[in-house]
Design a protein. Structure first.
Ligand code: 1GP
Length: 256
């Protein structure tokens, strides 16, 4: 099993720039030329790593899509799987997640048991990650597919209890998820409460549509922001740079 090379890379990137930006690519949509161009420009645009995955796959080309993405960028390509079917040796690492906000054993442990031997055989680096769904104003695909309930937006204390348990169980990252295309992103107060209570990095994603919203998550204590949907439409190279600048406070001149 590889040493924690990618995890260490993420930690250093975040330390150096006081925050990080992860670009999420939905493997079902990896073909349009605009998206290929976005991936090719990701490194120079300041992206720290690329996540690939979806809670539900419609195509049977997962592995090929990851290989194609990997061929377009020197950045770490990290799997963000919706299940054991989304494991491939073409990636560098995998967010080895347990959906701890739910009580559905399939996503707490069963998919992981199925995936573990494949991850070992592939030789990719597992990054143990607690995945936590937060209420986002509408019923999301991830809630439907995982058949699990979210944590209510107003219950930061419940979110804190979950992340404390995750850290005590040895998880290396926490992912606060509002869901892809969510109407409302994870509340800043919840990001703040969670980040203040644990040492491990906090990733925040789902429904983040403006650089300002992304910057708020970093100010609230998030280590990484994930954006997917907002960058899927054509002509988003400039927008990508705005997001990465917003998530890397030390790269932006501060005038007082
Ligand atoms: C979804 O958190 C990610 O799992 C990103 O969400 O597509 O809404 O940016 P968006």
């Amino acid at each position: 099993m590889p040493e924690r090379e990618i995890y260490q890379k993420l930690l250093s990137a975040c330390d150096e720039r006081r925050g990080g930006f992860l670009l999420l690519i939905d493997p079902d949509r990896s073909c349009p030329p605009e998206l290929l161009e976005l991936i090719e420009s990701a490194e120079e645009s300041g992206v720290d790593a690329i996540l690939v995955g979806a809670s539900f796959m419609f195509s049977d080309k997962f592995s090929e899509s990851v290989r194609e993405i990997k061929s377009l960028t020197p950045l770490p390509v990290i799997l963000f799987p919706g299940g054991a079917g989304q494991v491939t040796s073409h990636a560098d690492a995998i967010l080895f997640m347990s959906l701890i906000s739910g009580r559905n054993p399939q996503y707490l442990i069963e998919e992981q048991v199925r995936a573990a031997p494949i991850v070992k055989a592939c030789g990719i680096e597992p990054i143990p990650t607690a995945y936590i769904l937060i209420e986002s104003g509408s019923y999301t695909t991830v809630e439907y597919v995982s058949n699990s309930r979210h944590i209510p937006r107003s219950k930061s204390d419940l979110a804190v209890a979950h992340v404390l348990a995750a850290e005590m169980m040895g998880m290396k990252m926490v992912y606060l998820e509002a869901g892809s295309g969510a109407r409302l992103s994870v509340p800043d107060e919840m990001v703040k409460a969670v980040s203040a209570n644990i040492e491990i990095p906090v990733i925040v994603g789902g429904g983040i549509t403006t650089p300002e919203d992304a910057a708020e998550k970093i100010s609230a204590g998030a280590s990484f922001v994930v954006v997917g949907t907002r960058l899927e439409s054509p002509g988003n190279k400039n927008r990508l740079c705005e997001f990465t600048a917003a998530c890397h406070p030390t790269l932006v001149p501060i005038f007082k």
